[in-house]
Structure formats: structure tokens, C-alpha cells
Design a protein around this ligand. Structure first.
Ligand SMILES: Nc1ncnc2c1ncn2[C@@H]1O[C@H](COP(=O)(O)OP(=O)(O)OP(=O)(O)O)[C@@H](O)[C@H]1O
Ligand SMILES: [Mg+2]
Length: 624
């Protein structure tokens, strides 16, 4: 009995730790959701959809699997070889045999290293391709969403989907899946090799497996909790950052720096606390598996050593020195993959959660789409008609009520009215940013819902209320990807809309850098650039939603002059706040709460002495 004391000590230590962990496990309450995300899709569905992206690369994956056999072969062959070398040294020593074995070992190692290297190159390439096609699909899907759908998803969230979440999936293809497969094979291979070497010692090693399984289950519960906290904290910080960085100017104006700093500090601390918790969980799990490993090594040395010394024989297998050496190496090759497997499952779960979030976005069906028999329009005359149009952004909250009007080809129409009366809405309906609920909108007599979206929008040049410039150069912002335009044409367009003086003032001219959202340009300058952008695209119909921003008188005159010129290009629909701008319009519509109250030319409306007349007087008197 006494000879089993060392084994009892090992068993006791392992048992005590197990009991402590089981108690901790039972006392922790954990939500049942996987990693804190409300999962709606089945894992099988996510896997099926991911497979669609992986399908073109199946040959590559098969190639990797074949290469993997070489690296696994090393894991299994090397302990056996080392065992043999040990035997050669301890018995009748022959230098030549030793050298041969060392050479064999070296070659296997080399082949395995090489195959691992090629594997990772192939996988990285495949992973990047898969991920870039998912990213591409996601981006073009988002491009196809209607304005109202886009309003419902915060930009920060979309960015996270396109970047972070696709990265998690990439990790899955390049790393996790392959390691999972490899580890399963290594475990099976090592187990078979051990069984062939010695049943008893293998059984001894297997005694530790239930404990590894137990620790893994416990670890997963804790790590899931820690992981969820980290993920929540990261999202929290990201959302806070994206909102506050864009609103930084307001924070400074209202002197709220200290307060915001304190808020950020709190979020920052919370994230770092949960990160530490996560590290702590891993910090406990890894040494625990290591403890099991060491315990099994101790048992091996004790039992194997005794067996060797006493030359024990069991079912025809004697324990040799080489058996002990090989087993010693096998045990580490056995425990390593088990530990990695547990961790890989966590990553896999997180990748699936990311995939689900991406697929949820894919599942949003674009609202404004081409109808089946949509027609292509080459050139249009530019006649626009609204017939009894009713429109609401939400439910029955009508923003436009029974609006009808007709604008002839080449005419200039202007919409005026108080703020919120529906002017911008009318302009966005013409280009089908939203679909109307009742009535029809026609372009050259054709219902715009029957025209292909791309060919409909190609006819329009839109200058919106808040001019959006992209980071890049002045030139890239004017061209917006238009090919085959010479600098002379760009210059001409700029001169046409009076933006030439602005560009001459810039130290790099057309190559002047435009920073994010064009914030290194004034509102008036941005507007002039947007005019140039529109003119160069030579649209048949122009839409202008003038900003209310204060523009200095000089720029105002420039804008007015260029607008008058642009009126000659084609049909023009404009919303202008300065009535002087629209004096020359062919038709003026006065809107109030989504209803057209008055229409006519500037002179006609003044004579009417109605709403327009009052508006005009208000502005005129203010100026005087
Ligand atoms: N995306 C939206 N979702 C819901 N309601 C909206 C949306 N956009 C505008 N509205 C509402 O529709 C109404 C008309 O808005 P619209 O932007 O057409 O006004 P506007 O006449 O252009 O005003 P302004 O002169 O201030 O630009 C407003 O009451 C506004 O609150
Ligand atoms: Mg508006």
C-alpha cells in the first residue's frame, strides 16, 4: 500500500482543486445567452452561410489538411525517435546509428516546419480573400439600403460590422478552424501511439482527462462571463468615442471637457477592469491544466520508473527507458491541444456571434429597389410632375399631403416655406430616396418607380442642404470618381460656378487636401465646390437644397451668380432661403405643413399679397 502514497498525494491535490472549482462554478450565476449576444440564428444556419463564402476555396482547405498531416506526423514521430535515441545511448552505443536518427529527426522537423509555414501562408491568403468578399458584399449591401433604413442603424455599429466582425470571421478561417481540426487529430494520434507503447501508462494519463474536462467546463463559464464584459465595455467605449469625437467642438464650446473626461475615465476603467478579469480567468485556467500535466508527469516518472527498474511486463509490453522518455514527451503533446481546444471553442463562439451580426445586416431587405420590368433611360427632357402625392416618413404622419405640380423641361422651380414644411422631402422623393405612399411622380411622363434607380439618379445633379465633402483632394471631390475629365474641364466647371477664385486662393489648387467631411472649408466654399461637382457631371436636372448657414455677402453674390448660370443648363429644382436667389425662377411653390398654398412667378406672387408677399417683406425689411 505504502508504494502508492505518492500517487495518493497527487490525487489529493487534484481532488482538492476540483472541489474548490466546482463550488465556485455552482455559486456563479450566468446568463444562458452565448457570450451575451441574443442569438436568433441557429449555428447550423450560420455555418451554412459561412460555407457559401468558403466554398470556392475548398481545394485550398484540402491542400492545407494534407500539409497538416506532415506537421501531425512530427508530433507523433518525434517522441518515438527521441525514445529510440535514448535507447541507443543507453545500450550498445554506435555513433553512426545515432547520426542517422538525428538526421531523420532533423528531416522530419524540417518538413513539418515547412508544411506549417506553407499552411499558414495559404490560410492567410484564403482568409483575407474570404473576408474581403464578405466586406465587399456588406458594403454594397449597405449602399443599396434606403435612406430610412440607414437612419435606423447607427454609423458606429455599421463600421464595427464591416471591420471588427469581419476580422473575427477571418480569424476563424485562418486560425481557429484549422487548429481545431489539427488538435483533434493530434490528440487521437498521440493517444494511439501511447496505446501502442504501453496500455497501463496510457490508462494512467487518461485518468487525468476527466479533470481536464471538468476544468474546461468551469473555465468556459467564467471566460464567457469575462468575455461578455470585455465585449460590452469595448462597444460602450466605441459608441461613446464615435459620438463624442464628432461632437468635440460642442463639448469645447460648452466647456464640458472635464465632465466628459470623467465619463470617459469611468468607461475606460470599467473596460480595463474587465480585461483584467479576463486575464485572471486565463491565468487560473492555464496553470491548472499545467498542474494536471505536471501531476501526470510525476505519476509517469514514478510508475514508469518503477516499472523500468522492476522490468515489469504487462500483456507482453515491457517498460523500457525509451518508453518513459517517449511518454514524457507525448504527455505534453497530449495536454497542449486539449488546453487549446477549450480556448478555441470560445473564439469559435465569438466568430459565430460576429457572423450572425453580419448576416442580420444582410437580411435587411432594401426597401427602394428596381421593379422587375424597370426601364433604362438614356437621355431625358427633364419634365417632372407630382400627381396627388402623399408621403409620410412614419405611419400616417403625413409630411406631404396631396401635393401636385408640374415643372416643364428646362424650367426652374423653387420651393419656399417655413422650416419643416417639407421642401427637402419633395426633393428627396424625386430621386427616390424614399418611395411615396399615394399618388405618382413622373419624369418625362414615366412613373419614376418604373425607371431603373441607377439610370434615374444619373439624370440628376444633387446639391444638398449639408454639403458632404470626402477626405481627399479638391479634385477628387469635384470629380467623384468620374473618369476621362481633363484639368481644363475641371477648371472650366469651377469658373462657371465662380469657384475658380476659391481654388486660386488655395496653396495647392485642385490638389489641396480636403479633410474629413470637408471641415477645412467654409459652408459657402463647400457649396461652391458642390456646384462645380454637379456641373461637371452634366446632369439634365439639378436639385439644390440651399443651406441656411450664414454666408458672407460676397460669397452669396458669387453663389447667386453661378445659380443663375446653372439655371440655363437644364431643369432645376431648388429650395432657397434667400428669396433674392429665386427671383428668376419660372415657378415658385409656397409650402406650408406639406401643402402647396401658393404657386406662380415672383411678380405674380408679390401681386397676390399672400404668404410669399409676407415672406418677401419680412426678408426685405430685415435687410433694410
Ligand atoms: N428621416 C426622417 N424621419 C422622420 N421624419 C422626418 C425625416 N426627415 C424629415 N422629417 C420630418 O418631415 C418634415 C419635413 O421635413 P423637411 O426636411 O422636408 O423640411 P424642410 O422644409 O426641408 O425644412 P428646412 O427648411 O428646415 O430644411 C419635418 O417635420 C421633419 O421633422
Ligand atoms: Mg430642408
Amino acid at each position: 500500500m505504502r508504494e502508492f502514497y505518492p500517487l495518493l498525494v497527487v490525487g489529493g491535490v487534484v481532488g482538492v482543486f476540483s472541489i474548490i472549482f466546482i463550488i465556485a462554478y455552482l455559486s456563479i450565476k450566468d446568463k444562458k445567452t452565448a457570450l451575451g449576444f441574443d442569438r436568433n440564428m441557429k449555428d447550423s444556419e450560420i455555418a451554412r452561410r459561412l460555407l457559401v463564402y468558403a466554398k470556392p476555396y475548398i481545394p485550398n482547405f484540402i491542400f492545407v489538411l494534407v500539409l497538416m498531416l506532415f506537421s501531425i506526423a512530427y508530433d507523433i514521430a518525434s517522441p518515438l525517435l527521441i525514445g529510440h535515441i535514448e535507447e541507443i545511448i543507453s545500450s550498445d552505443f554506435k555513433m553512426k546509428t545515432l547520426l542517422i536518427y538525428v538526421a531523420i529527426y532533423g528531416s522530419i522537423l524540417l518538413v513539418s516546419l515547412l508544411s506549417t509555414y506553407i499552411q499558414s501562408i495559404v490560410l492567410q491568403k484564403v482568409g483575407q480573400r474570404i473576408i474581403s468578399s464578405i466586406r465587399m458584399d456588406l458594403f454594397s449591401h449597405i449602399e443599396g439600403l434606403s435612406h430610412s433604413q440607414l437612419h435606423h442603424i447607427p454609423v458606429g455599429k455599421l463600421v464595427t460590422r464591416v471591420t471588427n466582425d469581419t476580422n473575427a470571421i477571418s480569424m476563424m478561417f485562418t486560425n481557429i478552424l484549422v487548429n481545431l481540426v489539427k488538435n483533434v487529430f493530434v490528440i487521437l494520434g498521440v493517444l494511439s501511439a501511447m496505446l501502442l507503447l504501453n496500455y497501463q501508462l496510457t490508462l494512467m494519463v487518461l485518468c487525468f482527462v476527466p479533470f481536464v474536462a471538468l476544468f474546461t467546463v468551469i473555465f468556459r463559464k467564467f471566460s464567457r462571463k469575462a468575455y461578455r464584459k470585455v465585449k460590452d465595455g469595448t462597444t460602450d467605449i466605441n459608441t461613446y468615442l464615435s459620438e463624442h469625437l464628432s461632437g468635440m467642438k460642442i463639448i469645447q464650446i460648452f466647456n464640458r471637457e472635464e465632465k466628459k473626461k470623467a465619463e470617459f475615465d469611468e468607461k475606460n476603467r470599467r473596460l480595463s477592469r474587465s480585461k483584467k478579469e479576463q486575464i485572471f480567468v486565463f491565468g487560473i485556467f492555464r496553470p491548472m491544466v499545467y498542474m494536471l500535466y505536471i501531476s501526470s508527469v510525476l505519476c509517469l516518472l514514478y510508475l514508469g520508473g518503477r516499472g523500468y527498474i522492476r522490468e515489469t511486463e504487462f500483456l507482453g509490453q515491457t517498460i523500457k527507458a525509451s518508453t518513459v522518455v517517449s511518454f514524457y514527451m507525448f504527455i505534453s503533446k497530449f495536454f497542449n491541444p486539449i488546453q487549446t481546444l477549450a480556448e478555441s471553442f470560445n473564439f469559435l463562439q465569438s466568430a459565430f456571434a460576429s457572423a450572425e451580426k453580419i448576416f442580420t445586416i444582410f437580411d435587411i431587405k432594401p426597401e427602394v429597389v428596381d421593379c422587375e420590368d424597370a426601364i433604362e433611360l438614356d437621355t431625358v427632357r427633364g419634365e417632372i410632375e407630382f400627381k396627388n402625392v402623399w408621403f409620410a416618413y412614419v405611419g400616417e404622419d403625413w409630411v406631404l399631403k396631396d401635393v401636385s405640380f408640374k415643372i416643364g423641361a428646362g424650367e426652374t422651380a423653387a420651393f419656399v416655406g417655413s422650416t419643416g414644411s417639407g421642401k427637402t422631402t419633395i426633393l428627396s422623393l424625386i430621386v427616390r430616396n424614399y418611395d411615396i405612399q399615394k399618388g405618382t411622380i413622373t419624369l418625362d411622363g414615366i412613373d419614376i418607380r418604373k425607371i431603373k434607380l441607377s439610370s434615374l439618379r444619373r439624370q440628376f445633379g444633387q446639391m444638398l442642404q449639408d454639403v458632404f465633402l470626402f477626405s481627399g483632394t479638391v479634385r477628387s471631390n469635384i470629380l467623384m470618381g468620374l473618369d476621362g475629365v481633363s484639368d481644363t474641364e475641371v477648371d472650366e466647371a469651377c469658373r462657371y460656378v465662380n469657384a475658380d477664385r476659391l481654388i486660386a486662393k488655395l496653396s495647392h489648387g485642385l490638389d489641396e487636401e480636403v479633410r474629413e467631411r470637408g471641415n477645412n472649408f467654409s459652408a459657402g466654399e463647400r457649396q461652391l465646390l458642390s456646384f462645380a461637382r454637379t456641373v461637371i457631371h452634366k446632369p439634365r436636372i439639378m436639385i439644390l437644397d440651399e443651406a441656411t448657414a450664414n454666408i458672407d455677402t460676397e460669397t452669396e453674390l458669387l453663389i447667386q451668380d453661378s445659380l443663375e448660370k446653372m439655371m440655363n443648363i437644364g431643369t432645376m429644382l431648388m429650395v432657397a432661403h434667400r428669396l433674392s436667389t429665386i427671383r428668376h425662377a419660372d415657378k415658385i411653390f409656397v409650402l406650408s405643413h406639406g401643402v402647396i398654398k401658393e404657386e406662380g412667378t415672383h411678380t405674380e406672387l408679390l401681386e397676390k399679397k399672400g404668404r410669399y408677399y409676407n415672406l418677401y417683406r419680412l426678408q426685405y425689411e430685415k435687410k433694410v
